[in-house]
Design a protein around this ligand. Structure first.
Ligand SMILES: Cc1cc2nc3c(=O)[nH]c(=O)nc-3n(C[C@H](O)[C@H](O)[C@H](O)COP(=O)(O)OP(=O)(O)OC[C@H]3O[C@@H](n4cnc5c(N)ncnc54)[C@H](O)[C@@H]3O)c2cc1C
Ligand code: FES
Length: 356
């Protein structure tokens, strides 16, 4: 009986595929219910509010296949800006559970996607989503003493941890830097936790006091070395903390999340890159990634974190050699076997062909 039903269903599905070609029935179902089980993962913006003049919190109802997140993790989103799909990564700012989650983009001067999200994203808009990912998260067994160091939009993954009850669960000191008091995302909420005695909050106003240094942090939080530390902010702050923690033999107690890729120390050769599917050929100079080169040439390139974490930019390298801009390692496609490469951290090392 079950087999008969399955056969009939398969025939109906094949028939619908035939009559609806070039679109398949799933495409029509996506129009009716884009968040249905089995559809590509998307989310609908169901609410938005300004956190600060530059940052907006977007509440998103994810598709049925969303598997939830652990506080501290991020998602990749795909949004159309001027008719072109762009991918960026945003930390989830809400606590787990519930039928929606939030992200909080902060507008960056000249930033394409952040400006779009802050100024133009509207309730009802659909965005493409990945599952939540990343190992910047509080472990299941919460440490007895925690130090949180954040600056600017780097507070976003920490907000999810605080909203999930981190400050109630353990001894927390939070040091946050921002230009002014009004610039702090989630400021009222975090200050209320501190005022209620749940944690110690130290605010650094960079407009008047300048940027926090590792030396100053260690004076502000005398027992810093006894604390498991989570830090998210500009690269120079994270680099300074990494040096200090490493010098003290404590590198494994410092957990960092970077929003921007580290500097590229290696400069390769460059080369003639052919994007075979789109028939585009570009002479790419040394120092430019294949992702940047493709985007500039108008090739639709998939991407996510843009810093080698998520593998969202994998593209088959049909022939040629590419260089990892972080390590200098060379990868050559074996003859006749396209090899997926991360275009966001690869540059051409001579002529190469990409299936894109
Ligand atoms: C794991 C992870 C989590 C993130 N979470 C958040 C978040 O919660 N909230 C948030 O606002 N952003 C977050 N980001 C940064 C976000 O992904 C985008 O990089 C940011 O919104 C800028 O994108 P854009 O398209 O506006 O700028 P682009 O048009 O890509 O870049 C414009 C210019 O800004 C520079 N730039 C890009 N990103 C940054 C940055 N973060 N800081 C300073 N300069 C930058 C570029 O080098 C370029 O010169 C996260 C990034 C990662 C990797
Ligand atoms: S875009 Fe994430 S690894 Fe390349």
């Amino acid at each position: 009986m079950t087999a008969t039903r399955t056969t009939v269903r398969n025939r109906v599905h094949r028939f619908l595929n035939l009559v609806t070609t070039p679109l398949v029935p799933g495409d029509y179902l996506d129009v009716i219910n884009p968040l249905r089980p089995g559809a590509d993962l998307r989310g609908r913006i169901v609410a938005r509010h300004h956190e600060t003049p530059d940052a907006v919190t977007l509440e998103i109802k994810p598709g049925a296949d969303w598997r939830g997140h652990i506080p501290g993790q991020h998602v990749q989103i795909g949004v159309d800006v001027n008719g072109v799909r762009h991918h960026r990564t945003y930390s989830v700012t809400s606590a787990p559970g519930g039928t929606t989650f939030t992200i909080t983009p902060k507008r960056i001067e000249g930033g394409l996607v952040s400006t779009h999200l802050v100024e133009s994203a509207r309730i009802g808009d659909l965005i493409q989503l990945s599952q939540a990912m990343g190992d910047f998260q509080i472990p299941v067994t919460i440490p007895a003493k925690v130090l949180l160091v954040t600056a600017g939009s780097g507070i976003t993954p920490i907000l999810a941890m605080l909203r999930a009850g981190l400050a109630e669960a353990t001894d927390v000191v939070h040091v946050h830097s921002d230009r002014d008091a009004a610039d702090m995302i989630g400021g009222a909420e975090v200050r209320a936790l501190a005022e209620a005695g749940r944690m110690r909050l130290v605010e650094r106003r960079t407009a008047g006091q300048g940027r926090l240094t590792a030396d100053e942090l260690c004076v502000l939080v005398e027992d810093w070395a006894d604390r498991e530390t989570w830090a998210c902010g500009p690269a120079d702050l994270l680099d300074a903390l990494a040096d200090r923690w490493t010098d003290q033999g404590l590198a494994d107690r410092l957990h960092t999340e970077r929003f921007t890729p580290p500097p590229r120390p290696i400069v390769g050769d460059g080369g003639l890159v052919t994007f075979t599917a789109t028939d585009v050929e570009v002479d790419v100079p040394a120092g430019k990634t294949l992702l940047e080169a493709g985007e500039e040439a108008g090739v639709l390139m998939p991407s996510g974190c843009r810093m080698g974490i998520c593998h969202g930019c994998l593209t088959p390298l049909a022939s040629g050699t590419v260089r990892d801009v972080r390590t200098g390692d060379l990868t050559t496609a074996p003859e006749g076997q396209p090899l997926p490469v991360q275009t966001c951290i690869s540059e051409a090392a001579g002529p190469c062909h990409l299936d894109r």
